[in-house]
Design a protein around this ligand. Structure first.
Ligand code: BG6
Length: 477
C-alpha cells in the first residue's frame, strides 16, 4: 500500500494561524488587510479596494490567528502525539523582510522559524516549507503593484535565498508558491493584485505568473546549488474537471477549463516550458504572446530549473456544462461550474468527491511522471463542541477516510505518492471567508468568528482516529 516512509502529517499557513501580525518587526502583509467574514471577497473584488486597513468597519482575524506564534510548542507537541511524520507550514515573508524590498533580513523573524523548525525536529517531524503562502508584503502590492512588476522576482529571490541558505541542512522538502494557479480567480491572495491595481485584467495575471515562474526557478536553482538532494515542489490548486455529459461541446469545454486552470502553471513549473495551448488561451482573452514581457533568459531559466515533485491541494471537483442556465451553477464551489447531481457538497458548497482524487492523482502522475504529494485536503465544517472541548466529528473522519481510500486506489494504479498533509490540522482562520467557524482540524481551538474565546486547544474524535491511521500506515481507516 503506502510506502514505508510515507509522509503523513498536516498543513497550515503562517498568516492563518500565527497571529502576532505586528510583533518583533513583522511588516503588514496582504493577508493582514483582508477583512473577516463573508464580506471578504466582495471587498477585495471591488474597484475601490486599495489595501487600506479599516478597523472601525471590519474585523481582521489574521491579526490574532490562533496565536500559534506564542503557542507553537504546545501545538507541535499535539502533532507529535498524533504521530506526524511531517508538518507543512509556511514562512511569513513579512517576518523576514517586513516590506519586501529591504536588503537585510529581520533577525527576530528568522529566530522564530529557527525555533519552530527545531521544535519539529525534536519530535523527528520533517518540516515541509511553503516559501510563500498567500501573504506577500503589503508594501510590494501597494507600491510595486504586485507580481505583475518584474522587480518582484528580485525581492522573492532574496527572501528565498535567505531561508534556503539558513535551513537547507535541516529542511529537505520545500514548495515555492502556494496554489500558484489560484490567481486565475483570486489574484489578491497570490499576486497582490486587486481590481484597483490591475488584478481585474487577465494580461496582468499572466504577467504575474510569468514573474512567479522565473522566481520559482530561481529558488529551485538556489536550493539545488546548496544541496542537490533538496526536494523543491510546485503547489497547484487542482480540481478534477468533468464534462457534464457525453455531449462533445461539453467535453471540449471541460478540456479547455482543465488546461487553463489545472495545467497552465503546472506545465511550466514541471516541464519547464509553456504548454502548446498557450497561444490559443491568450488569444481567447485578446492577448498576444508579444504583449507579455518574457525574455529568452527567463525561458532558459524556467527550462533548466524545474521542480522535483508535484504538490497539490484537492478539495473538490468541477463539472462543466456549456448549455447550463444560471440556476445550475453551484454557489460556493471555489471554481464555479455547475452542480454535479452525483455529489454532495460541504456546508460551504464545495462538492465532495473522493473518487475525483484518484483521478487527479492518476492524471497528474501520468502527465508528468514525477512524484506527487497531496499537501492539502479536508472538510471545512461547523463543529459542535461539548463542555470538555470534545467534538464528535464523524463527518470529518468519513470525508478523510474516503479520500485516503481513493489514495490507496491510486497507489495501486501505479502512482508514486509521497505523502498526505490534511489542511488545517489544527483549527485556523479560513482563507476564503476569514471565519473560524469553518473548521478543518483534528484539534479544536476555542475561538469564534468575532475573535472571542480562550484559545484553548482540545482533541476532537478525529485526533485519535488519524493517530491510528498513521500508526498503521493507512491500513486501519
Ligand atoms: C487552500 C489554501 O485554498 O484551501 C488554504 O491553500 C486554505 O490557505 C484552504 O485555507 C481551505 O480554504 P478555506 O477557504 O476553507 O480556508
Amino acid at each position: 500500500m503506502f510506502k514505508e516512509n510515507f509522509l503523513w502529517g498536516g498543513a497550515t499557513a503562517a498568516n492563518q494561524l500565527e497571529g502576532a501580525y505586528d510583533r518583533d518587526g513583522k511588516g503588514l502583509s496582504v493577508a493582514d488587510v483582508m477583512p473577516g467574514g463573508k464580506i471578504r471577497f466582495q471587498v477585495l473584488g471591488s474597484e475601490t479596494f486599495d489595501w487600506t486597513l479599516d478597523q472601525e468597519k471590519y474585523i481582521y482575524p489574521n491579526h490574532r490567528g490562533i496565536e500559534h506564534y506564542d503557542r507553537f510548542k504546545e501545538d507541535i507537541a499535539l502533532f507529535a502525539e498524533m504521530g506526524f511524520k511531517c508538518y507543512r507550514f509556511s514562512i511569513a515573508w513579512t517576518r523576514i523582510f517586513p516590506k519586501g524590498d529591504e536588503l537585510v533580513p529581520n533577525q527576530a523573524g528568522l529566530e522564530f522559524y529557527d525555533a519552530l523548525i527545531d521544535e519539529c525536529l525534536k519530535y523527528k517531524i520533517e518540516p515541509v516549507i511553503t516559501i510563500s503562502h498567500y501573504e506577500m508584503p503589503l508594501h510590494l502590492a501597494k507600491e510595486y503593484g504586485g507580481w505583475k512588476n518584474r522587480q518582484l522576482i528580485d525581492f522573492y529571490e532574496r527572501f528565498a535565498k535567505t531561508v534556503l541558505e539558513r535551513y537547507h541542512s535541516k529542511v529537505k522538502y520545500w514548495m515555492t508558491f502556494n496554489e500558484i494557479n489560484s490567481a486565475f480567480h483570486f489574484p489578491a491572495l497570490s499576486q497582490g493584485m486587486v481590481k484597483s491595481n490591475g488584478g481585474g485584467e487577465f494580461k496582468n495575471i499572466l504577467q504575474g505568473w510569468h514573474h512567479q515562474f522565473v522566481a520559482s526557478s530561481k529558488a529551485v536553482k538556489i536550493g539545488h546549488d546548496l544541496d542537490p538532494s533538496l526536494q523543491i515542489g510546485c503547489m497547484i490548486l487542482y480540481a478534477t474537471t468533468y464534462s457534464m455529459d457525453a455531449n462533445p461541446i461539453n467535453q471540449v469545454a471541460s478540456m479547455i477549463q482543465n488546461q487553463a486552470f489545472n495545467y497552465y502553471c503546472a506545465d511550466v513549473q514541471i516541464r519547464g516550458k509553456y504548454p502548446a495551448f498557450t497561444e490559443r488561451l491568450l488569444k481567447e482573452h485578446n492577448i498576444e504572446w508579444a504583449d507579455l514581457d518574457i525574455t529568452e533568459e527567463d525561458l532558459e531559466l524556467i527550462a533548466e530549473h524545474t521542480v522535483d515533485y508535484i504538490g497539490f491541494s484537492y478539495y473538490m471537483s468541477a463539472a462543466v456544462n456549456e448549455t447550463a442556465t444560471e440556476e445550475d451553477n453551484v454557489e460556493g464551489n471555489l471554481l464555479g461550474g455547475v452542480r454535479n447531481p452525483f455529489l454532495e457538497a460541504s456546508e460551504w458548497g464545495w462538492q465532495i468527491d473522493p473518487k475525483g482524487l484518484r483521478i487527479a492523482l492518476n492524471e497528474l502522475y501520468n502527465r508528468y511522471q514525477k512524484p506527487v504529494f497531496i499537501v492539502e485536503n479536508g472538510l471545512g465544517a461547523i463543529d459542535k463542541v461539548d463542555e470538555n472541548g470534545y467534538v464528535e466529528d464523524d463527518y470529518r473522519i468519513d470525508y478523510l477516510r474516503r479520500h485516503i481510500e481513493a489514495m490507496a486506489e491510486a497507489v495501486a494504479d501505479g502512482v508514486d505518492l509521497m505523502g498526505y498533509t490534511p489542511w488545517g490540522c489544527i483549527d485556523l482562520v479560513s482563507a476564503s471567508t476569514g471565519e473560524m467557524s469553518k473548521r478543518y482540524g483534528f484539534i479544536y481551538v476555542d475561538l469564534d468568528d468575532e475573535g472571542h474565546g480562550t484559545l484553548n486547544r482540545s482533541k476532537k474524535k478525529s485526533f485519535d482516529w488519524y493517530k491510528r491511521v498513521i500508526e498503521t500506515n493507512g491500513k486501519e481507516l
